[in-house]
Design a protein around this ligand. Structure first.
Ligand code: FES
Length: 83
């Protein structure tokens, strides 16, 4: 999903920038160019910053998942013909 249509900046790009240290709209503007044209995306982009509505979804670093891997192993089922 695009956050900034003018500059084709995606939600993922905003989340990654914040996970890497962007802490205010100025950082997002400088790093990504978000909200540097019409400005309609500024409020939405700000919601991804710490304290914002979408702040919890800022990637694995914020979730504390870096360095952890979850593995699901599916069991194998043998199918045999019964006479
Ligand atoms: S939508 Fe982001 S500057 Fe226009």
């Amino acid at each position: 999903m695009y956050i900034c249509v003018c500059n084709a900046i995606s939600e993922r790009q905003v989340q990654d920038a914040i996970a890497q240290g962007a802490s205010d709209l100025g950082d997002l503007q400088a790093q990504l160019g978000v909200a540097t044209c019409c400005g309609h995306c500024a409020e939405t982009a700000t919601e991804y910053l710490p304290g914002g509505r979408y702040a919890a979804d800022v990637g694995p670093a914020a979730a504390g998942l870096i360095g952890q891997v979850e593995v699901t192993v599916l069991s194998r089922t043998a199918v045999r013909r019964v006479a």
